[in-house]
Design a protein around this ligand. Sequence first.
Ligand SMILES: *[C@@H]1O[C@H](CO)[C@@H](O)[C@H](O)[C@H]1NC(C)=O
Ligand SMILES: *[C@@H]1O[C@H](CO)[C@@H](O)[C@H](O)[C@H]1NC(C)=O
Ligand SMILES: *[C@@H]1O[C@H](CO)[C@@H](O)[C@H](O)[C@H]1NC(C)=O
Ligand SMILES: [Zn+2]
Length: 529
Amino acid sequence: MGVFSLHALLCIGAIVSAPLQSTNQTEGIASSDPLPGFADLHVHQMAEFAYRRAWFAKGANGGYSHKGKIEDALHQCNGGIISSDFNKQHAGTIFGPLVDQFIGPDAGIHLDKRWGVPDNDCDRGKPTWLQSLLGQCKEDKSFSGFPLHNTYTHQQVWEGHLLTAHESGLTLMVMTAVNYKPLCKIMASSAVDNDPTLACDGMVSIKRQFDETKLFCSERDWCEIVYSPEQARKVIKEGKLAVVFSIELTHLFEDSDMSIDDQVDYWYNEGMRIIQIAHEEDNLFAGVIPQNPIFKFFQIVETITKLNPAKFPTVGKDGLNSKGLTDLGKKLVQKLINKKIIIDIAHLSFRSTEDLFKIGVENNYYPVIQSHGDFGADDLKENRYVTDWMALYLKKSGGILGIYSSFLFRDYQYSFDLGVKFYSILIDIAFGSDFNGFAPQLEPNANFGEENLKKKGFAHIGMYPALIKEIEMTSSDKGSKLIHRSTENFVKLWERTLDEKRSKLSTVGFNPRNKNSTSPNGVFNASQL
Ligand SMILES: *[C@@H]1O[C@H](CO)[C@@H](O)[C@H](O)[C@H]1NC(C)=O
Ligand SMILES: *[C@@H]1O[C@H](CO)[C@@H](O)[C@H](O)[C@H]1NC(C)=O
Ligand SMILES: *[C@@H]1O[C@H](CO)[C@@H](O)[C@H](O)[C@H]1NC(C)=O
Ligand SMILES: [Zn+2]
């Protein structure tokens, strides 16, 4: 059946049913009419507009890949071969294919991974009458019609797939606008689009991604950008997908003459309601977690090309980034709290997280999210996870972890193997897919019960029904209740940011795996209930 032991199956039932009834964890804002569905806290829906529109495969004839008919939007790419047709090449850098292959499985020349719908696909393509007559149109047996779980450069949030996800229960999506300047700047000139609204400058690129999302939702009756929790409740009750704007920018606020405060106000007015204050490199505000090996490549790139002063984390004797929040970072955090913007701790170093939580406590346990990560008890190795001392802050503040798909089943399994209570009873979880980001998704696995998941892994956003089905098949969390309360819990968290009478939440039942888990300077630990 699944990757789960019988032991796990039995335990999920026992543990899930009891605590689900104790809905009093967020006193004061309990809703009598909880929102349906689940939330994905990290989706780069408009990533095709990042990196000068040169990284992602374009649609047919240079068109968009996030919207339009499937045969156009997800048209088979040319495998990254430099072509006289500018619009066709993608994911190629100035360093050429020998270097490109290290950036990702489908970067540079990838003739074996021309993921997309070929013209002669019988079902979704447009075979010519001659091909049809001669029986030359192909059935898509190799699943080439879609990206696979490990794509870095092909669209995973095409509108048809997004609608499928919505129809299967995705009621809230955080649309995270993203750009990474070093990648943007090394795109091969034959690939780049010279439209000025696609510049590498963070402000320009983020604006374009917000604008494209606004346009997208304005053209569809099932989608609406939401700017407040009240609006989210209204829109979701009307049966629409609520979209919340977030920003994930390495060189945050470095591309403008405006003051930091004015930039926060500017982006708030543009619709931003969530922000990561750092990403991949130490920046003006905070130290980050060293993680994706790809970024070692960019460290070399930045040093050679002097595109940017290299700001990669310096790991100290304790194995952690020695940098926490800067003074500017602390000011920014307070500004964001005053403005009721949700802070996402994904990518922050342990020291930055500790500094941020201190400010959070001073502000009556201001809630935070970790939009795409995992639970982890190992405090000595920084990774993109929520350690037990962090989990306790999330518990006290009403925070949420968006679980990354690769770890989803492992987290279920892991918790039971260790014989501890399932975390998500104690800390709220949602999904945090990172589609269209630099993150391989849940791998195909012959043990999965769901056929598509078995063959393709979690390849694109339209596979949410398969993922949910797998959760339901392999656990006794019938109706996948844990996940199906994530939208309600996210909106509650958002309401908490606005609640002036906010205070510490109950820690009853908090049962960390590592009670000794402690923040780098000892300010927080997992035993301070
Ligand atoms: C929820 O908590 C409040 C205050 O802690 C308490 O007065 C109330 O009775 C609780 N409600 C339920 C349904 O347990
Ligand atoms: C946790 O912190 C409290 C004080 O805040 C301290 O008394 C306790 O010893 C700490 N526990 C551990 C395991 O570090
Ligand atoms: C936690 O710390 C205590 C006291 O230092 C020690 O006895 C115990 O073994 C530690 N537990 C773990 C799980 O490391
Ligand atoms: Zn391609």
